[in-house]
Design a binder for this molecule. Structure first.
Ligand code: GLN
Length: 198
């Protein structure tokens, strides 16, 4: 395998667990705390946490322009839970998106109070038919643009999708020992690296 470096946004949220999932797939993990570090990596994971807090920190540490530039470079980005909310072009009930690059509309905290957190078994296209997914105050994808491939649903709600270089899921793939979805993302980074620098 080529030497693939995956960055994890390290401003807030479930960072360490993503590092473990990346390393379990034999790629190198880099915790990103400064925007200059984005130049070093082949793919970027935005973890779960609290999207409003993460947005505040993105602004505070002046990350937004660098994130847009990274997205324009064609390198893959994987948003998990709050990370998906940050990537979405539209957030139900809000005027403006955050990074706003993936052609999906999301709704925050959309599985109801009673079900603040739960596990579900998912069939994720191209990844696994039996994936245990951990949902924590999770968003779901309300609608997708024409170039978006729906990868998984739970109770008829879209919970994982891909649009070319962008991968998003409602749940926390890093919180179990099943690292296949992270592996799928690392393959996206390998393919992009071969393609972008061919
Ligand atoms: N509810 C959080 C938000 O709206 C997301 C929760 C999570 O990332 N686990 O940002």
């Amino acid at each position: 395998m080529p030497n693939i470096k995956i960055g994890v946004l390290g401003l807030q949220g479930a960072v360490r667990e993503h590092v473990k999932a990346i390393e379990a797939n034999n790629a190198e993990a880099i915790i990103i705390k400064k925007k200059e570090q984005l130049d070093e990596i082949d793919g970027f994971i935005i973890p779960g946490g609290e999207s409003t807090t993460m947005r505040r920190l993105i602004d505070k540490y002046d990350f937004m322009d660098a994130l847009q530039t990274f997205a324009q470079s064609g390198k893959p980005i994987f948003g998990t839970c709050a990370g998906l909310i940050l990537l979405a072009k539209s957030i139900k009930g809000y005027d403006k998106p955050h990074i706003g690059v993936m052609d999906v509309q999301v709704e925050r905290n959309s599985f109801g109070r009673q079900r603040e957190s739960f596990e579900a078994n998912l069939d994720i296209a191209g990844v696994a038919e039996d994936f245990t997914a951990v949902f924590i105050r999770a968003p779901h994808i309300v609608s997708v643009g024409e170039n978006v491939e729906v990868l998984a649903k739970h109770n008829d709600r879209i919970v994982a999708a891909r649009e070319g270089q962008f991968l998003g899921c409602s749940f926390h793939p890093e919180l179990t020992e099943d690292h296949r979805l992270t592996g799928y993302f690392i393959n996206m980074a390998i393919e992009a690296k071969q393609h972008l620098f061919a």
